[in-house]
Design a protein around this ligand. Structure first.
Ligand code: DGJ
Length: 572
């Protein structure tokens, strides 16, 4: 039975106090299990991304927020399929649903707006206590105008497509279509104005502008208008950035990259105009997602989404689209080396890392840990609903009872996401998932301050057997440094062993306390640590062995030299 608590009722399963009505509904089985976070009913501070010296964090309701997201399938953006979305989102303890709002949906006839879908979505998200990331499917969705309204699709004279180098009409819209830009911008701004009025509590925390922009099979627009621009000087800021003389043409300045850079510049500029107009109405964080190019080497630009924010044109997006808070990788490659490369490409001091899409099959769940370790502000497997569609072989054939391994990770982090978001932004988090590359020998090494953590996968909990790997690569662990000799540690299917990274002669470590506990709301919008037990004896003799249970440790060490305890903070 829930116990009375200052905020309402303390709910044991949710491990926190809930408003009375919600706790009662939960007890009666009427509400979704363990709502992610309370959303106020009155105007709240705008969600924003805060940059720090060592990272970035998303701030929601004034508090650090790690987006434990899930993206619905493309056509789940109607009230009927939405019913098949919530059970998955609730069951996986996601705190955020990413879902499309299509241009065709809100402006079916030019100038006539219909926000019934948006309002329906807002209402249900609040009932389920989830936040939303809206995906603006408009001029480009996977590079095509499929989600544009009919009045746009049927008027290619007013809303021009690109031309190929052979002068043929290409399927993708031209980024130089001034009428297209005007119409898309107006629709998006109207959507954001609607959010300003209909969403004072900021259920929507972020907006994706377009979806996987660029074009396949045509490196750039070859229309006469585009060609004229291409033959003229490249933009001064771009030339300056790449150390080229002012006034140089695209071809002269960028050689074999010129076509793609040109396309990236104009697509990014287009998105910037759309985003800027939206932000003028409601300044939510905004981003563009990328259909990725190969992480290693350069393919022909016609084989990937040329002009989209692929990793080698991030600089161009930074220059041409300053209204975007970030560009982000859609990861559908489960080669761990490629994933590591993408996380590195997109997590930059000027570009907070966020993973807005990742495949939803089991082998992708372990990359949550890698993304966390790289300071991600959010993570979101794609296709998380029960509408019966699966994008196999990109993602899963089906979702199993564990929601392909994502659910336990989100359940573990949901009560303490803010703690990790804050520590991540301070550069105090290290984390890694289980590698399958034999060269890694089923281990990962992480360094935090003076400490080195070794993650071992596939070891018994007792004894010093070498890591053999888990049957499936389900392992992963994370550490947050709480003080010079104190850590918060969690993980699944992983042994975590701490040692001094660079001990002075005779220096050794003494484990003082390994406390298992959990986080609960502190009643002031934060979380407080609650003690459950001390791990000692077998539970620490062979490292910290995380099983499949949701366990969180706070561990504290002393450093010893001979008979002396080295004072906290002292160097050797
Ligand atoms: C990436 C896109 O952004 C998604 O909308 C979806 O089409 C997936 N690819 C494939 O399922």
């Amino acid at each position: 039975m829930p116990l009375a608590a200052p905020l309402g009722l303390f709910h044991h399963a949710c491990r926190r106090a809930l408003p009375l009505a919600m706790a009662t509904a939960l007890a009666a089985g009427l509400a979704a299990p363990c709502p992610a976070i309370a959303q106020g009913k009155t105007a709240a501070p705008l969600p924003h991304i805060e940059r720090t010296k060592s990272g970035a964090m998303l701030v929601v309701d004034g508090a650090p927020f790690l987006m434990l997201g899930a993206q619905a399938n493309n056509s789940s953006n109607y009230p009927a399929p939405l019913k098949q979305v919530w059970p998955t989102i609730d069951a996986m303890s996601a705190n955020t649903l990413e879902i499309p709002v299509a241009w065709e949906q809100i402006e079916p006839r030019e100038g006539q707006f219909d926000f019934s879908w948006v309002d329906h979505l807002l209402g249900e998200a609040r009932q389920h206590n989830k936040r939303l990331v809206l995906l603006w499917f408009a001029t480009w969705k996977n590079t095509a105008p499929a989600y544009a309204p009919e009045w746009v699709k049927l008027n290619p004279v007013r809303f021009p497509h690109m031309l190929t180098s052979k002068g043929e009409v290409h399927y993708a819209m031209s980024p130089l279509g001034t009428e297209t830009l005007k119409a898309d911008t107006r629709a998006f701004a109207t959507l954001m104005r609607h959010l300003r009025q209909a969403d004072p509590q900021n259920t929507v925390i972020m907006v994706q502008v377009e979806n996987e922009v660029g074009s396949y099979g045509n490196v750039r627009d070859f229309s006469p208008q585009a060609q004229k621009l291409f033959d003229g000087p490249a933009p001064t800021t771009l030339l300056k950035h790449y150390g080229k003389p002012a006034g140089q043409s695209w071809a002269k300045a960028f050689g074999s990259d010129a076509d793609e850079y040109f396309q990236a510049w104009y697509v990014a500029s287009y998105i910037n105009t759309v985003a800027l107009a939206g932000k003028a109405e409601k300044a939510l964080p905004m981003y563009a997602n990328a259909a990725l190019a190969s992480a290693f080497g350069r393919q022909a630009a016609t084989t990937y989404s040329s002009g989209g924010p692929v990793h080698h044109v991030i600089d161009i997006y930074k220059l041409a689209a300053p209204a975007l808070d970030l560009v982000a990788p859609d990861i559908y490659n489960h080669d761990e080396k490629a994933v590591a490369a993408y996380l590195g490409f997109y997590g930059r001091p000027d570009n907070p890392l966020m993973v807005p899409e990742i495949g939803n099959s089991t082998e992708y769940a372990r990359f949550f840990w890698d993304a966390l370790g790289k300071g991600t502000i959010g993570f979101s497997p794609f296709g998380m609903d029960q509408t019966g569609y699966f994008n196999y072989p990109l993602g899963a054939r089906a979702l199993d009872g564990s929601l392909n391994g994502f659910a336990r990770i989100y359940r573990l982090f949901a009560p303490m996401q803010s703690v990790w978001a804050k520590a991540g932004a301070q550069g105090l988090v290290r984390a890694a998932g289980e590698p399958i590359d034999p060269a890694a020998k089923h281990t990962r090494e992480l360094t935090l301050g003076r400490y080195k953590a070794t993650l071992g996968f596939g070891q018994h909990q007792f004894g010093f057997d070498p890591p053999a790997g888990n049957t499936q690569p389900t392992g992963g662990a994370a550490l947050a440094q709480l003080g010079p000799d104190e850590f918060l540690i969690t993980g699944f299917d992983t042994r975590v062993t701490l040692a001094l990274a660079d001990p002075a002669p005779g220096e050794s470590l003494l484990l003082l306390r390994a406390e298992e506990g959990h986080y609960e709301p502190d009643g002031e919008g934060g979380q407080r640590w609650v003690f459950d037990r001390v791990w000692n004896g077998d539970q620490i003799d062979y490292g910290f062995n995380f099983s499949g249970l949701p366990q969180v440790l706070r561990v504290r060490y002393a450093r010893i030299k001979g008979n002396a305890v080295i004072p906290v903070g002292a160097d050797h």
